[in-house]
Design a protein around this ligand. Structure first.
Ligand code: BGC
Length: 770
């Protein structure tokens, strides 16, 4: 083993990989293959197709040779943006074995390979570097943000998009992708709801598993990539929606609301996890051994590695949790973080901590082992380079997928007969700051998205209309009130002048038009990380613009672009139809136009409730019942009633839901099923997202939500067509996580709904025998 070196992939000939039925500490499944007669490398096979024991032996060999400094190097991730300030120093550090991973924001595969070469050929042990990157909703092919795509209620679509992202990342030399974002989003003030899959743990878990499948789709091949489940955990509960804050979240809610999406990702064999910025019950997650070790490792048997979030190890000092960087490193390592993202605390302090006996070498070794295991697992030692790819091409099939994603993720909130649009129209006014701004369409995490790839709404409409139709496109105002005065450098006056002219132009275009389309929303820089807001309205002067145009009384469709479910009562009230389009990505205009003209049926459903106003925050459909149902602060009825609940979304036709029946399952001992007949009673073909909700009427362990989504099916029906939709009422559907963390299914009474959205329809009663 000691002669082994990654450069040549020299495998000891005496090593014939053992073939355990399970690989990767019992968590990762690998195909069982016959024992190879010759070493893996000589048959062109990768390490990950060999046995886990064999990987562990490789690691043992390396650990035996590594100095403490080299070990800490493996636990150190640096940022390419910082590194760019002094490449020579960074190269020297790599040669010394002090860089385990990069956050690689640069689209420079040649430089990436050069740095990798330093590690593989010029460092003592030749351990390759892991290049990680935040590609959350697409690399070059930018798809809708998570909050949008989750509204498609289609894990398959999610999987496809992440597969594309993985392929594009691979071309840029990205081995490790910081997705999926698994935080459950219940507070629209928090900017990062944009990246999430909304407020439902069941949908969130399906989407997270699907994303892992997509990102790690090459996992059994010679060379693969690692996904990263983030942010573990409770980050979305930050108090007041204020980013990076404390979270006061108890175990019951963690177990049943926040952990399921992570657990689903682990079950899907996600290779890495990122610990989050927030505290849980007073302990910053970067130091939270209970969750990082007891839950993640001991209970879930996760054997990949944990990376702390950006500077979160150093942040322990800022929290006032650690006295200094050394204590921060100690706490973070001991809690279960294996790699330190950019704070440098591990590298700069742990050597001394180990020699002073405050940290055991075994603790360091354990973290190094986990990091090396993933590097080996993905075949990085075998093929550390990407060799030559210069850029990511835009491919027709990927673009078509992006267009489909947009069409399936937009949610038709209201429609008073204005949509679908007729093409037989003479003049349309498209008004608003989101009408023709390609940057805004890319969304909050499109690091590698290119504005020139974007089909804006203006371009999408032009593409869908004949040349005879006049399309006037007017911005009207900016979306960010801070931008004009800052840009012009002369205070509010310029803003006012700009506004007056913009408004006049908008009103004159609207007056001349037969139909007005408003493209409004919130500026993308006010969403995503650090994008918390204290308002849920339109940003800048858009509300005034909207009001002025609405005064004209023209037929009006409002398209809302946002990273959160905005509360826009005036828009809902005054528009003929409202479509929430989120941040749709490069095919924004094309996909929206498909839906506007009815070329594709609207089928998106809210994955996060839309509130009437910010005072209701947080409000989600799956909250607990209270001990005094129907009482409490119901003045004006506004506090408890969302404007549009989770699962809501209109179509261009209407569906009748028959009563829910409970029927025997197929065959003896089979679980019962809930069945309802769905009929398309409207004039058009449509796609209906049929949803199954349950409520356990009494539970000794804790209060279960008033309703929980536990299944859905998208069905296409022609006018007059009916179909029975059945859901099996098995333990998976009825159960919950008990306080011990085990899945539990209680005997007793359940209410079962089959409905078009949350909190709608009449339930059937079902008694479940244990
Ligand atoms: C974010 C993570 C991200 C990381 C690396 C942090 O600030 O919270 O989501 O993966 O930066 O860019």
């Amino acid at each position: 083993l000691s002669t082994w070196n990654a450069q040549g992939n020299v495998l000891p000939t005496e090593t014939v990989p053992k073939l355990p039925p399970r690989f990767y500490g019992g968590l990762m499944q690998v195909p069982i293959v016959a024992p190879p007669a010759t070493p893996a490398h000589s048959r062109g096979e990768s390490f990950q197709n060999a046995a886990g024991d064999w990987i562990e032996q490789r690691i043992d060999g390396l650990l035996g040779e590594m100095t403490i400094r080299e070990k800490l190097g493996q636990l150190t991730q640096i940022f390419s943006g910082d590194a760019a300030k002094d490449w020579d120093a960074v190269r020297a550090g790599i040669r010394r074995g002090e860089v385990g991973a990069f956050i690689w924001a640069l689209q420079d595969p040649v430089l990436r390979d050069q740095l990798q070469r330093e590690a593989v050929e010029n460092s003592r042990l030749g351990i390759p570097i892991l290049f990680g990157m935040d590609i959350i909703h697409g690399a070059r092919t930018v798809f809708p943000i998570g909050l949008g795509l989750a509204c498609a209620f289609s894990p398959e679509l999610f999987e496809e998009t992440q597969k594309v992202a993985a392929v594009e990342c691979r071309r840029m030399g990205i081995d490790w992708i910081f997705a999926p974002m698994c935080d459950l989003a219940r507070d629209p003030r928090w900017g990062r709801v944009a990246e999430s899959c909304g407020e439902d743990p069941y949908l969130g878990a399906l989407c997270s598993a699907a994303q892992v499948r997509g990102l790690q789709w090459t996992k059994n091949r010679r060379r693969s990539q690692a996904a990263c489940l983030k942010h573990f955990v409770g980050y979305s509960e930050v108090v007041g929606g204020r980013d990076y804050n404390e979270s006061d979240v108890g175990d019951w809610v963690l177990l049943n609301q926040h952990l399921p999406a992570f657990h689903a990702g682990i079950e899907e064999e996600a290779l890495t996890v990122m610990s989050s910025f927030n505290t849980v019950d007073g302990i910053p997650m970067a130091a939270n051994a209970r969750l990082l070790t007891e839950v993640l490792r001991d209970r879930w048997k996760f054997t990949g590695f944990v990376v702390s979030d950006w500077h979160a190890v150093g942040g322990l000092v800022d929290w006032g949790c650690a006295r200094d960087r050394a204590e921060a490193a100690r706490l973070a390592l001991r809690a279960g973080n294996d790699m330190d993202m950019i704070s440098g605390c591990f590298l700069s302090t742990l050597e001394e901590e180990v020699s002073a006996g405050r940290v055991a070498l075994e603790e360091v070794d354990q973290a190094v082992r986990r990091v090396l295991r993933i590097k080996l697992r993905i075949g990085l030692f075998d093929s550390p380079y990407i060799r030559g790819a210069k850029e990511i091409p835009l491919r027709r099939r990927r673009v078509a997928l992006a267009r489909r994603c947009v069409a399936e993720s937009v949610v038709l909130l209201t429609n008073h007969g204005v949509l679908p649009l007729s093409r037989d129209v003479s003049r349309i006014a498209l008004i608003g700051p989101f009408a023709d701004d390609p940057h805004e369409m890319l969304g909050c995490w499109a690091e590698w998205g290119r504005p020139e790839d974007v089909v804006t709404l203006a371009a999408g409409l032009r593409g869908a209309l004949s040349e005879n139709v006049i399309l006037d496109v007017v911005k009207g105002c900016g979306a960010n009130p801070l931008a004009p005065p800052l840009r012009n450098g002369n205070g509010g006056e310029a803003l006012e002048g700009e506004l007056r002219n913009g408004f006049l132009e908008a009103i004159s275009a609207a007056s001349a038009a037969e139909l007005v389309i408003m493209a409004i929303g919130e500026n993308r820089s006010w969403t995503g990380e650090s994008g918390s807001r204290a308002e849920l309205g339109l940003t800048g002067a858009q509300q005034e613009l909207f009001d002025a145009v609405a005064e004209l009384g023209k037929p009006m469709v409002s398209i809302v672009f946002s990273g959160r479910p905005l509360s826009l009562p005036k828009v809902w009230e005054k528009s003929g139809a409202v479509l929430y389009a989120w941040q749709p990505g490069i095919q924004a205009g094309a996909g929206i136009a498909d839906v506007l003209f009815g070329d594709r049926p609207p089928s998106g459903r809210l994955c996060m409730s839309v509130l009437q106003n910010i005072g209701q925050t947080p409000l989600y459909y799956n909250h607990s019942r209270t001990g005094r149902p129907g009482e409490g602060q119901l003045r004006e009825g506004r506090l408890e009633q969302a404007a549009f609940w989770f699962g809501h979304g209109l179509t261009y036709t209407s569906f009748r839901y028959g009563p829910v029946r409970i029927a025997d399952g197929a065959g003896p001992g089979a679980p019962s099923v809930a069945v309802a007949e769905i009929e398309n009673t409207g004039p058009r073909a449509g796609v209906e997202t049929v949803q199954l909700y349950i409520r356990q009427t009494s539970c000794h362990e804790g209060v279960r939500p008033q309703q929980e989504l536990r299944g859905f099916r998208k069905i296409a029906l022609d006018p007059g067509e009916k179909r029975e939709v059945a859901f099996v009422l098995d333990g998976k559907v009825l159960g919950y996580r008990s306080r011990s963390g085990a899945w539990k299914v209680d005997a007793g009474d359940y209410l079962v709904w089959i409905a078009p959205r949350a909190l709608a329809g009449e339930p059937a009663r079902y008694f479940h025998l244990a």
